[in-house]
Design a protein around this ligand. Structure first.
Ligand SMILES: C[S@@+](CC[C@H](N)C(=O)[O-])C[C@H]1O[C@@H](n2cnc3c(N)ncnc32)[C@H](O)[C@@H]1O
Length: 231
């Protein structure tokens, strides 16, 4: 199977919600991502989750007051997301079938490093945001360090990333990401994160249910981004 093949998500369809399965780290990242999303500022606020997968973000948004709409190519993932309260829209993040300005918050968690057109995906995310709306994302940096840590190493360790999920050629150029966001009126700020090493060791021996993500002084591997669309 070539890297970044969508078939992988079908092969692993029954693994999404296993907290110790091959998508375990996505659970930890979902918690860290949700921490960047404030409670909804108005009744009926909409959060659009691009590349939502099986909806792992949903439990972490509970009580924040959003209508959670998930966009993904995978019907099997969307079906599971639906079981967790996500309204699924089957579609490509490069051509999202939702209207301009429909979202109070757009989330792009672990999706930008899977698309062949980063500017196109950013344009869609920003198009969906209403003026003043919030963009929250996390992804992997296009650096040699990231290729080694996130692809060579992490894809060989259980729970961090399934083998072949990443195509190193698609890792995200941070300057391009920031520039494209700015072009669409979103001033993005980045911060690097990694799993807590203590938590990871305790999790690995089965004595923790999950692992906290902690800030690091570099965005050269895994990073979060956050920015508001100008009003
Ligand atoms: C690494 S998973 C991340 C899932 C979810 N955001 C999470 O963090 O749990 C990437 C997801 O993006 C979806 N995906 C990949 N390319 C896509 C595209 N062009 N349009 C929509 N979804 C896509 C895959 O089906 C998969 O569910």
């Amino acid at each position: 199977m070539p890297p970044n093949d969508p078939v992988l998500y079908e092969r692993l369809a029954d693994q999404w919600w296993r907290p110790r399965g091959p998508f375990a780290m996505l659970h930890w990242l979902a918690a860290a991502r949700a921490a960047l999303v404030p409670p909804a500022s108005r009744p009926g606020a909409v959060l659009v989750d691009l590349g939502c997968g099986a909806g792992l973000l949903a439990p972490h948004l509970a009580g924040k007051g959003y209508r959670h709409i998930g966009v993904d190519l995978s019907r099997t993932a969307l079906r599971q997301a639906g079981e967790h309260g996500v309204r699924g829209v089957q579609g490509d993040v490069l051509a999202v079938p939702l209207s301009d300005g429909c979202a109070d918050v757009v989330v792009a968690g672990e999706i930008l490093e899977h698309v062949h057109d980063l500017p196109g995906a950013v344009a869609q995310a920003c198009r969906l945001l209403r003026p003043g709306g919030l963009l929250v994302l996390d992804t992997l940096a296009a650096t040699a360090l990231c290729r080694w840590v996130a692809v060579t190493v992490a894809e060989r360790l259980p729970g961090l990333a399934p083998r072949g999920v990443h195509d190193p050629a698609l890792l995200v150029d941070r300057a391009v990401l920031i520039g494209e966001c700015a072009r669409h009126g979103v001033r993005l700020t980045l911060r690097g994160i990694r799993p807590s090493m203590t938590d990871l060791l305790v999790w690995a021996v089965g004595r923790r249910a999950s692992v906290r993500m902690v800030p690091v002084p570099t965005t050269a591997v895994l990073f979060q981004g956050r920015g508001r669309k100008e009003s």
